[in-house]
Design a protein around this ligand. Structure first.
Ligand code: SF4
Length: 430
């Protein structure tokens, strides 16, 4: 039986799309392989949001070139944000690739499969499988909106994933109902900007409406969503989060910089004052909220003072998690066209380290407050002899127990904390 291997890097959206591709290939009778060398068909699901990710893609493409020389029948498919609108140019650069298709363009994958005599079908469900590790996962990622209309000056996503297109609300509800029937307990709704969900649908249902609908599905225990945009998140959504028990107390709310001029150059559409006010409103309505953010250091022209403002904002807001990236110019973006990448690499690294050090101390303090407390954990699997899962606030928890906990909700008493994870003992099942 023919075998496939899917290599995925990048965001949760890529991971969700890889699940869908796996479903398509399963439908054609393919089986999952465990490595490139074990496969007849490989799919690279790529990311180019940062230079380091793009380098990994180029390295893997070069590795596959060698593999294809040894096994000329190997079929290589590439998707994700590496695939730009000039597929011809990419095809010339990488002649060993059999198909390049844009993220989410399953019709293109299916049409190619049919030409090759591979009867691929598109499946609505991201998790149609009853076999292997995926079947035992209690959480599913559900894309609800594709693309982005924002054009933040540093970001390549709108050029690669196109404009925003929302999935019909009824289709998402139907998919989640089916997943729950198959044992899924938690869904994470995905979009580059989930706050835009529904603006292009007839009737203009929004994310709050979708959360309301999903909340009424019996046996669905938790609902998450990411990523929000500070300029678009609505009071209606915050109030829906506050009132719906199944919606977890966790938000991904990227601020990117603590300086207004840098935010303007990034074309983010809000000021630091507006962001601060938003955090205040969210914390007032949802006191248990856990907040994650993204910060870019070394954006073109960022002075020491401007960087210090990002540092002060991290100190002031006290996020649970901060994802920090050093700016890297992405060809074709507004920042790449208009600004010079003038902050030296060692200075970017130094700024990144400073925020990381501060955030480590803050996360350590925040997590230490959970010492001795009981938390609800949805158990995702086992690693090095310990069970692991996440709290509603998205904190990673490890515990040891001889029982079978896969996919179960456990009540854990926290005995150990660190900036990155928690450890504890089982009190009982929910
Ligand atoms: S909101 Fe901005 S950073 Fe996020 S995907 Fe859209 S353009 Fe990129």
């Amino acid at each position: 039986m023919a075998r496939y291997f899917i290599w995925t890097i990048g965001c949760q959206m890529n991971k969700a799309e890889s699940q869908q591709i796996a479903g398509c290939l399963d439908s054609a009778g393919y089986q999952a392989a465990t490595s490139f060398s074990d496969a007849d068909l490989v799919v690279l699901n790529t990311c180019v949001v940062r230079q380091s990710a793009e380098n990994k893609v180029l390295g893997t493409l070069s590795l596959l070139k060698g593999l294809k020389t040894k096994h000329p029948d190997l079929q290589i498919l590439v998707t994700g944000c590496f695939v730009n609108s000039d597929a011809k140019e990419l095809k010339n650069r990488f002649p060993h690739v059999d198909l390049l298709f844009k993220p989410g363009d399953y019709p293109e994958l299916i049409a190619w499969g049919h030409k090759q005599g591979i009867p691929i079908e598109q499946r609505l469900l991201r998790y149609p499988r009853n076999d292997g590790w995926m079947a035992s996962l209690p959480c599913a990622f559900i894309p609800i909106i594709q693309g982005c209309d924002n054009f933040c000056s540093y970001c390549i996503v709108p050029y690669r994933r196109g404009r925003e297109v929302s999935r019909p609300l009824e289709e998402i509800v139907c998919e989640v109902e089916e997943l729950v029937r198959r044992g899924i307990k938690e869904v994470a709704l995905l979009g580059q900007n989930v706050d835009s969900y529904g603006h292009d649908l007839p009737g203009r249902s929004d994310l709050a409406d979708l959360l309301n609908e999903l909340s009424s599905i019996d046996d669905l225990v938790r609902i998450r969503f990411l990523t929000n945009h500070p300029k678009d998140i609505s009071l209606k959504l915050i109030e829906a989060m506050a009132s719906l028990d199944k919606v977890c107390e966790h938000l991904e709310l990227p601020v990117q910089s603590g300086d207004n001029d840098i935010l303007k150059a990034m074309r983010r559409g809000y000021t630091v004052e507006q962001y601060r006010e938003l955090v205040h409103t969210i914390r007032h309505k949802i006191p248990q909220i856990s907040l994650s953010t993204d910060i870019i250091v070394g954006f073109p022209g960022e002075t020491e003072e401007q960087f210090e403002r990002s540092l002060s904002l991290v100190q002031e807001v006290r996020f649970d998690v901060v994802h920090i990236a050093a700016y890297s110019p992405r060809s074709g973006t507004i920042a790449w066209r208009e600004y010079q990448d003038d902050i030296p690499a060692d200075m970017k690294k130094e700024r990144l380290n400073k925020i990381e050090e501060l955030q480590t101390a803050i996360a350590s303090e925040i997590n230490s407050q959970l010492q001795g407390k009981e938390v609800e954990v949805l158990v995702e699997g086992r690693k090095k002899g310990r069970w692991f899962g996440r709290t509603r606030s998205n904190k990673l928890v490890f515990f040891e127990d001889a029982g079978e906990w896969q996919g179960q909700l456990a009540r854990i008493q926290i005995a150990k904390t660190s900036p990155w994870s928690l450890g504890g003992q089982v009190k009982n099942k929910y």
